[in-house]
Design a protein around this ligand. Sequence first.
Ligand SMILES: [Ca+2]
Length: 437
Amino acid sequence: MPVTRLIAAALAATMALTPLAGAAGLDSTVRPVARPMPIDASPRPEPRPAVTREASLEPVQISTANRGFQRWIQDFRARALAQGISARVFDRAFSDVRYNADVISRDRNQSEFTKTIWDYLDSAASATRIRNGRAALREHARLLDRIEARYGVDKEVVVAVWGLESAYGTYRGSTPIIEALATLAYDGRRGRFFEQQLIAALKILQSGDTDARHMTGSWAGAMGHTQFIPTSYLAYAVDFTGDGRRDIWSDDPADALASTAAYLARFGWTRGQPWGVEVRLPRDFDVQLADRDVRRSPAQWAAMGVRDMNGRAVPDYGRASILLPAGARGAAFMIFDNFAVIERYNTADAYVIGVGHLSDRLKGGPAIQADWPRGDRALRFAERKELQERLTRAGFDTRGIDGKIGPNTIAAVRAYQRSVGLIPDGYASLDLLKRLR
Ligand SMILES: [Ca+2]
């Protein structure tokens, strides 16, 4: 599971902040499997109405799907029991389970949602989310101080994860997890992954941490205040309240927030180190150095003219890379090892910057100061594939046509940009695609 390889600077035009689709600048195949929330990188809106079962049912389709589904459950039962799930736990967990068409329609529609990083960040660090986050810090001050003391992770970062994952607990998801995961496992598009999650969910029920009625979450199986998927829950959730149950679902966020801190600590959170710092690059900066594989000390970057937004050298928090998430015309960040720790939650650059920036705002820090290329729109999935096809045909091999703008595509974009005399920032924009046409 643990994917140690970091994703190269995602200098992509667009972010497809969608379940497993990743950002355009990311290759979702290198996402760590065990991160708490692999599915939906969008910041949760302030509470939104759930789609009701009644509204989502399409009777004719369902009756057919449900017959196949019931057969699948019987086959799966044998596999689950072989993996140590008791018949009693299994049968109780599945007693009310039906094929959930809403889950499948959401799974099918996910790749349609694309957002630019600036739109994402506008929502991630909206005035409402900042205000509610500060209120949460006040309301849970003692708890958060204890969690910070135990795990060494800044409380504002934990609260920022909470804010993005469930709008501070207001949107934890009301989909029955066993039903959602069973439907997705049966559907088969990512059947193996979801069957593994389903087994893990059954193990949670068997452990007695919660029961099926309370085990609710997002349509894709992320649970509780900070949206852990079942395998991550089994590996990393903690019982902070000491009642013997790791309860991330209840109104009390203590176990969930401690679990998030434990998770970040487990993946190497460095106390006192920022995730990143917005920086100003000198006019003659070689943007090819804005690459995750290029790591320098802040002093070395300062010697090249890289400054924080107040014109000062960035303090020595450790080795850092320069990230240009929207190319040379957008904001620049100096990012540290803690950036990669937040990536363990979700590898989309927009998500990591969203958590990091929201945490900064909760600490009283300023808004991101640089402009974004707001005239650009997000590249659609078909356009990202077309970009890869055209680059590859032009001799700049993207090593695959999958619609995901990962390190190979970014490298191809840079090589193409160099060949035609453009700034080689790796930014996969619509203008670039038009130029290739
Ligand atoms: Ca507990």
